[in-house]
Design a protein around this ligand. Structure first.
Ligand code: HEM
Length: 557
């Protein structure tokens, strides 16, 4: 029998019903494109082969399916009063799709966007179909503290786009028990006694940095961020794989170049990871292109080589100054070992560099930017550091523990990280069973949240003159009467069981190198330095990245 040119009501309704059913099934999830694209293909097959439809009829069937699906999705996300986040305000496009968030990350300033959104919509803003941004200092300890909320789904994907498993790096582990087991090993690697063992590496690298800066101080301007990157990268490679007194670490400082493009490829990997984590289904396709993954693989090859070299060399358990994080991860000091698979070991030892390099680089660089923009405060820090060095017995190197106890130094570092937290956006968590009330707004269980760390630490309700670099606010004796100061609103290392395991190491490293540099050099921005352009070049996708050079003139004091 000849079939009519148009679809019958039954076929059209089947397409629409399937569209609605698909939405019900995929509701609350961003569909994985692979699974999703199978549905119209199967529908096309059923239409043309089983129902013997013509090509135009099959296309009409598929179009009716897709139209019903997309209308249903948009209606649900934008209008339906029963959507769990219907009552939370936010940009129209953000409510439609996660693609909006991806586009903000692509532009590289989601922390600044968050602040603008909170100024417009209030402390709770919808930034995705099932995700909200919170600018509420009081809720930080609830979300990340004592009994923390589970890490969000963005942690389920590794930088290379694969699903996170128990073999991936510590920071990707979402299961509490699994995390506790792995974290215990890391905690040993960053215990007070371990921190002492890493001090020689910090001293050695600071000396190398000063040697290079001494040389460059006579030849004109230099990009301070570049040299801080080399310094931190070398320290991190020492920390991860540099047993034998740091002999296994990198050579960026000595050679004055990015070794094998490792720093650039690490940075690129982190950019890519930050963006793809908000749109994992897209990442799976994007990461199939070799030109996208080429640089990322470069870092993997570099870190794998460092790992293998270190494994081959082994370490000397009797000499404490030769220990590194790998020593603890591998369980070299214990007869039982650490029971980690090779994949987990590689991922974790890579994590030392990915977690500890660019975070510390941006914190130190931004602090120096603040110092050169505030010469009086620069001088004050120099005076205090000079005093500390003067108190040191003649001929003795400064004791890192002494610097650890200097409140002014910490005030300067804390203030720089308050203004620019090095991980401002990647802190996603999931509202637990029972939901939660924040600022009189109910957030149902399963909602994904991100704390707007940048907006919180720059909010007037938490700090007076929030956009000013005023380190004195951290010193109780120096606060003005009535000054607003809420230390809990600035948590660059997060709090609770998932807080930065490298916090004490990072603080120790920053105190040491900052004290040495301010003591040894006077610095100023080069003439014509464009501060606005520099600040606009501070981007965040995964971690904060300072994209433009910090061009300074330095002179030995
Ligand atoms: C200024 C420097 C640093 C800052 C501001 C910083 C900040 C942070 C933050 C905010 C987190 C939590 C991220 C999340 O919840 O997803 C974190 C986790 C982590 N950081 Fe740091 N970090 C710094 C330096 C370091 C260093 C030097 C290391 C050295 C290895 C390190 C290793 C890690 C690791 C392994 C984690 C994962 C912890 C876990 O999941 O239990 N970080 N860091």
């Amino acid at each position: 029998m000849e079939r009519p040119a148009l679809l019958s009501h039954t076929e059209m309704l089947s397409g629409i019903a399937l569209g609605l059913l698909t939405h019900v099934l995929f509701k609350r999830f961003e569909p994985a494109l692979a699974e999703f694209s199978l549905i119209p293909i199967i529908l096309g097959f059923i239409g043309s082969v089983i129902w013997s439809l013509s090509i135009p009829q099959t296309l009409s069937l598929v179009i009716s399916f897709l139209s019903a699906l997309s209308s249903s999705v948009l209606f649900y996300r934008l209008i339906a009063p029963w959507h769990p986040l219907h009552h939370v305000p936010g940009p129209f496009l953000a409510k439609c799709s996660q693609v909006w968030l991806f586009s903000r990350l692509y532009k590289g300033r989601p922390r600044v966007d968050q602040r603008v959104l909170h100024e417009k919509y209030g402390p709770i803003v919808r930034i995705g179909p099932n995700e909200v941004s919170l600018a509420d200092a009081a809720s930080l300890s609830v979300i990340y503290g004592g009994k923390p909320w589970v890490k969000g789904k963005s942690y389920s994907f590794t930088a290379s786009g694969g699903a996170a498993t128990s073999e991936t790096a510590l920071s990707s582990i979402r299961d509490h028990e699994e995390h506790k087991f792995r974290r215990r090993i890391w905690d040993r690697a960053f215990s007070i006694s371990s921190l002492k063992e890493y001090q020689p590496a910090i001293r050695r690298r600071t000396e190398q940095l000063c040697n290079q800066l001494d040389r460059l101080s006579t030849t004109g301007s230099l990009d301070l961020q570049e040299w801080i990157s080399y310094f931190v990268f070398d320290v991190m490679t020492d920390l991860a794989w540099g047993a034998h007194g740091g002999q296994g670490g990198g050579n960026a400082l000595i050679e004055g170049i990015d070794p094998d493009g490792a720093i650039a490829s690490l940075r690129y990997s982190l950019h890519l990871a930050g963006m793809t984590k908000v749109l994992p289904w897209f990442a799976r396709y994007l990461l199939q292109f070799p030109w996208v993954t080429k640089k990322m693989k470069q870092f993997h090859i570099f870190s794998r080589q460092m790992f293998l070299n270190r494994q081959k060399r082994g370490s000397n358990p009797l000499n404490k100054s030769q220990r590194d994080v790998f020593y603890h991860l591998l369980g070299e000091g214990s007869s039982k070992g650490a029971h980690l698979s090779v994949n987990a070991l590689q991922a974790d030892s890579r994590q030392v560099v990915t977690g500890g390099a660019d975070t510390t680089v941006s914190a130190i660089t931004y602090l120096f930017y603040c110092l050169v923009c505030n010469p009086e405060r620069f001088r004050r820090l120099q005076t205090v550091v000079d005093e500390i060095f003067k108190r040191q017995p003649h001929g003795q190197d400064i004791d890192i523990e002494t610097l650890n106890k200097e409140p002014l130094l910490d005030a300067y570092i804390n203030e720089a990280m308050r203004l620019e937290p090095p991980i401002p956006f990647q802190n996603q968590r999931i509202v637990p069973e029972g939901g939660t009330m924040i600022r009189n707004v109910y957030l149902p269980p399963g909602t994904h949240i991100r704390s707007a760390l940048y907006a919180i630490s720059r909010a007037k309700e938490n700090f007076s003159c929030p956009d000013e670099f005023r380190p004195e606010r951290w010193l109780p004796g120096e606060r003005h009467p009535g000054e607003i100061f809420n230390a809990k609103a600035s948590i660059p290392f997060i709090t609770g069981p998932y807080h930065c395991v490298g916090r004490n190491f990072a603080m120790q490293e920053m105190r040491y190198v900052v004290a040495f540099l301010v003591r040894r050099y006077d610095m100023r921005l080069i003439d014509g330095f464009d501060r606005k352009r520099f600040e606009e070049g501070i981007e965040d996708r995964s971690l904060l990245e300072i994209e433009r050079p910090l061009e300074v003139m330095i002179r030995q004091r």
